[in-house]
Design a protein around this ligand. Structure first.
Ligand SMILES: *[C@@H]1O[C@H](CO)[C@@H](O)[C@H](O)[C@H]1NC(C)=O
Ligand SMILES: *[C@@H]1O[C@H](CO)[C@@H](O)[C@H](O)[C@H]1NC(C)=O
Ligand SMILES: *[C@@H]1O[C@H](CO)[C@@H](O)[C@H](O)[C@H]1NC(C)=O
Ligand SMILES: *[C@@H]1O[C@H](CO)[C@@H](O)[C@H](O)[C@H]1NC(C)=O
Ligand SMILES: *[C@@H]1O[C@H](CO)[C@@H](O)[C@H](O)[C@H]1NC(C)=O
Length: 555
């Protein structure tokens, strides 16, 4: 190499290295996923699980391509798991006893996989940091859903069960033309008979992966297409809420995303935020849609109290239109908006002008932060946030980790693994490191492994001397399950806390009951002067198998 050029390269490389380790936010690429990380969930401090479609992923197992993988967050390496059925476009979550369940899937295109549409794939809590001795359990003959479901969503509810919502029976190219207009639970309720849900029939044909959120009284908010309801699981009744304004639709194949904003003591007033999607008519024939049509830049927010519902939706604008964004609840209460495309639609190969096979184009490369308590119009910013060059379009995922950074993976707007197209199958993991990853951080220790509701408990804390302890926030977080631009079961409940005079002990008050935080695994993160500690994993509630009794106090 020309010595002048190599000198320049060295300078550039060292500048890049400095940029990746200095103060501020940074994207850092490390590791590859082995399979397309179409779905992802953190199952321990060191392990994440990915699921893909059973096709031609490079990671091999038993002489064929894998479609499940365990990702080691310490070594940044993937090893194969062995689901029996096809986990293509499934959902999942954690139960009140800490077990991960993957639900639904599709009819396989390779002989090694079984029909996954009634799939239930179980990962029991695993203490080994490398996953040694832990296996994915699946027995389609004896353990399965009641209905065939491709594209369902799922949510952990107040009794620690998963509620499984909607989906398609067999298949479709784009709209939900073969709907499952009902919900079911795991473990089953109602003797295993699915409950019809009119809302699903009313929101056809753009209602796949309904965005379901658990409210602090145990009821469920659901958004599908441009409609929203509150569903009462115990009474099996629904209350209709105002439509999302301006014809904006937010469920697959028109994926926007939704989250419950962080809940604060003492009142835990629920507010929902829905961003992105499209205002395209759901009657438009798919072959006449374009990958170049701008997505929606609308965010809609509503407080779910009687007064809040009377006030209706408050509208604000993203910095760019987004199809298939995801929102991550950060430990300081901000919401990171990341991934997706600025134009087109979800799914693949159906619009009149796909890019390669992608129905969407113009990847959104720069994340934004949403600050819930800032004034309207000043909540969304990308100041100081970095820009990546890795497109995260259809079939991509993102999750917060125990370390407190974001793991971003996946993207495959193709029917199988392909390379050499504009939007090829993407295997690179990229972390988005918040500024606190490169400074001395608070550290928690002696945290109880299991915490009951409505109690005070003590933990030890060390606070680095550079922090002045002007402000402290203690967050209880469910990291959620990422699939199809939606982070199901993700949740943040702030907890009141007092620092001892010596500054070395925290006294924390747990959430009042199992409706404010559905019982199950959680991470506690402490943020002092906007510097967040690594998370400590705990079990909220009695840790028993679902359905569990109400715990704590009703309020
Ligand atoms: C990537 O991860 C490996 C394993 O944890 C680590 O040794 C290496 O330093 C990381 N590289 C970067 C650039 O962060
Ligand atoms: C929601 O969509 C339906 C058609 O699917 C439409 O009739 C209705 O006006 C829309 N609501 C709003 C508020 O735009
Ligand atoms: C969608 O919004 C854009 C921009 O506001 C507008 O020009 C367009 O007419 C809208 N389309 C529909 C179908 O409402
Ligand atoms: C795709 O092709 C490019 C260029 O040949 C290569 O660098 C890359 O490693 C390939 N990706 C995969 C996942 O095979
Ligand atoms: C948790 O509950 C589920 C559903 O009953 C069960 O399949 C699983 O084995 C349980 N796990 C543990 C660790 O008890």
């Amino acid at each position: 190499m020309n010595p002048h050029f190599s000198g320049l390269l060295a300078i550039l490389l060292s500048a890049h290295k400095a940029a990746a380790t200095g103060l501020g936010w940074h994207f850092v690429q490390n590791g590859t996923t082995g399979i397309v990380a179409l779905e992802s969930i953190i199952v321990s401090d060191t392990l994440a699980i990915f699921f893909d479609r059973a096709t031609n992923d490079p990671l091999q197992v038993d002489g064929h391509p894998a479609w499940g993988a365990l990702y080691n967050l310490e070594t940044n390496t993937a090893s194969p798991l062995t689901p029996k059925s096809d986990s293509f476009c499934a959902s999942g979550g954690l139960l009140s006893n800490g077990t991960m369940v993957s639900v639904g899937g599709h009819i396989p295109v390779i002989p090694e996989a079984q029909d996954g549409r009634m799939g239930l794939r179980i990962w029991e809590p695993c203490d080994d940091p490398n996953g040694v001795g832990c296996e994915l359990f699946e027995d389609p003959e004896t353990l399965h859903l009641a209905e065939t479901r491709w594209y369902p969503s799922s949510l952990r509810i107040f009794d620690g069960s998963l509620m499984v919502v909607g989906g398609i029976h067999e298949g479709t190219l784009f709209y939900n033309t073969d709907p499952v207009n009902n919900i079911e639970f795991f473990p089953p309720k109602d003797g295993g008979i699915p409950r019809p849900m009119d809302f699903l029939a009313r929101t056809l044909p753009a209602n796949l992966f309904p965005r379901a959120l658990a409210l602090p009284d145990g009821k469920i908010f659901i958004a599908a297409n441009n409609q929203t309801i509150i569903y009462d699981v115990e009474a099996n009744t629904e209350v209709q809420l105002p439509d999302i304004p301006n014809g904006v639709r937010v469920t697959n194949p028109f994926d926007g995303t939704a989250t419950l904003l962080p809940l604060h003591p003492p009142d835990y007033i629920p507010e929902v935020l829905i961003c992105g999607g499209t205002n395209t008519s759901d009657q438009a024939p798919q072959g006449q849609l374009s990958s170049q049509t701008p997505a929606s830049e609308q965010c809609s927010r509503m407080t779910l109290t009687p007064e809040g519902i009377r006030r209706g939706w408050e509208i604000e604008k993203l910095l760019e239109p987004r199809m298939m964004p995801e929102m991550i609840l950060m430990p300081n209460g901000q919401i990171l908006i990341i991934n997706g495309a600025q134009s087109g639609y979800a799914a693949l190969g159906t619009v009149e002008d796909p890019v390669g096979s992608s129905n969407s184009d113009h990847p959104a490369f720069t994340p934004s932060l949403y600050t819930p308590d800032a004034p309207l119009g000043k909540r969304i910013s990308n100041e100081g946030l970095p820009t990546t060059d890795i497109a995260r379009l259809y079939h991509s995922t993102v999750t917060l980790t125990q370390k407190g950074n974001l793991m971003i993976a996946g993207s495959n707007p193709n029917a199988r693994v392909v390379n050499g197209t504009t939007f090829s199958s993407e295997f690179r993991v990229e972390y988005l490191n918040p500024p606190y990853m490169t400074v001395d951080r608070p550290q928690l220790s002696n945290v109880p492994k299991q915490i009951n509701f409505n109690i005070k408990f003590h933990v030890d804390i060390s606070v680095p001397p550079h922090l002045q302890k002007r402000e402290m926030k203690v967050a209880l977080i469910d990291l959620g399950f990422s699939s199809h631009a939606f982070h199901s079961s993700s949740r943040l409940v702030f907890m009141d806390a007092q620092l001892s005079k010596s500054g070395s002990t925290l006294t924390i008050t747990s959430p009042p009951n199992n409706r404010v935080y559905p019982p199950g695994p959680a991470y506690i993160f402490v943020t002092i002067d906007d510097v967040t500690s690594p998370g400590i994993r705990v079990m909220m509630g009695n840790g028993l198998s679902p359905p569990v009794q109400d715990q704590g106090v009703r309020f």
